[in-house]
Design a protein around this ligand. Structure first.
Ligand code: TRP
Length: 346
């Protein structure tokens, strides 16, 4: 079982292997465009993709637009969120000459891989997936066929390009585990077409939001990368803190204050305790002022670059057209191999 702790333990070895021969590896990872990408994404995952790209690894980034409808009814404003996500990926330093950025919906072979993959898993395995269970509970809806089979289409996202490394948050580890199972079972039943991928995690994959819960678009506690400095100040001002003037870092009893301290810490490289001590009796007002400055300073370069890119007409469209063409070529080749392995080439 690929528990989080075991995955963290494997990271130094994995990093050494990557450094020794970057060209031998392919990374696939991505995001679900349910809303604007936020500070947690930048620090937790996008920065890592940029590091991997710079180290010479072949990186594929999927904008998983079909995944938007796993736990909600409509793909509300999906086009806008996809556009914004691509701007953020580029602004952070992903280079479309080196990294393949593509959308799930533009690669039909992904969905075709799903049929044989579905035959390799049982209904009980799907029902046991902890992420499916928690997303189902959070959605407040009946379990849709798409949510139930979410780990299987994610397996197709990963396996189609024969990625061997999959950077994910803790909550996506069960999907990578099932992906490994599918790759192995495909090999046993047909042919060893797919690599069995390894998950990659950072030791602190869950970035606290402004209220101390995980930073998430759906909790409204996130600082979107594309916000202006004033919008950032406004969300930070709205954060619920407490009347105690002495600022201390205590996530258990002071989630709001501690969420702000963690955010400021993340953006300055200092520890939350040290920042709390500096603020002392300054109260929530000073804490919010310091946090706002820390965030706006940390994001200034990203936002300036993002704004520049947003002015280039047709940029996002052309990056996706290129990425989608490249992903389709790889996916079609893999699908042909699958058809061969299954005796379905006519
Ligand atoms: N499920 C991921 C999320 O919730 C997004 C995603 C889709 C993904 N396909 C992937 C992540 C493949 C890693 C690998 O953000």
């Amino acid at each position: 079982m690929n528990s989080f702790a075991a995955t963290v333990d494997r990271m130094p070895g994995l990093r050494a292997e990557i450094a020794a021969d970057p060209a031998a590896h392919r990374v696939l990872t991505g995001d679900r465009p349910t809303g604007p990408l936020h500070l947690g994404h930048l620090v937790g995952s996008i920065a890592e993709r940029v590091r991997l790209q710079r180290s010479g690894v072949d990186v594929f980034v999927i904008v998983a637009d079909y995944q938007v409808i796993t736990d909600r009814e409509t793909a509300d404003r999906v086009g806008e969120h996809v556009h914004g996500a691509v701007l953020d990926l580029l602004a952070a330093g992903l280079d479309p000459d080196r990294t393949t950025i593509f959308t799930h919906s533009a690669v039909p072979a992904l969905n075709q891989l799903m049929l044989p993959f579905l035959s390799l898993v049982t209904e009980a395995e799907l029902h046991r997936n902890p992420t499916v269970k928690s997303e189902l509970a959070a959605s407040g809806r009946a379990l849709s066929g798409l949510l139930l089979t979410y780990p299987v289409h994610q397996a197709a996202d990963i396996l189609f390009c024969k990625a061997d490394l999959v950077p994910v948050g803790k909550d996506n580890l069960p999907h990578v585990e099932l992906t490994r199972t599918i790759a192995r079972r495909f090999a046993e039943r047909y042919a060893p077409i797919f690599r069995v991928p390894e998950p990659m995690v950072t030791a602190a994959p869950e970035i606290p939001g402004l209220d101390g819960r995980k930073m998430s678009k759906s909790y409204g506690n996130a600082i979107a990368l594309g916000m202006t400095a004033d919008e950032t100040a406004a969300v930070i001002r709205r954060t619920r803190t407490d009347p105690e003037r002495r600022i201390s870092f205590d996530p258990g009893t002071r989630p709001g204050v501690s969420g702000l301290l963690s955010t400021a810490a993340l953006c300055t490289g200092r520890s939350p305790v040290e920042i709390a001590e500096q603020i002392g009796d300054g109260g929530a007002g000073l804490l919010k002022k310091i946090t706002t400055e820390a965030v706006n300073t940390h994001l200034a370069a990203h936002r300036a670059r993002r704004a520049e890119l947003a002015c280039e007409p047709g940029l996002v469209r052309s990056v996706l057209a290129r990425g989608n063409a490249a992903a389709n070529a790889v996916a079609d080749t893999t699908l042909d191999e699958v058809r061969d392995a299954m005796g379905m080439r006519y």
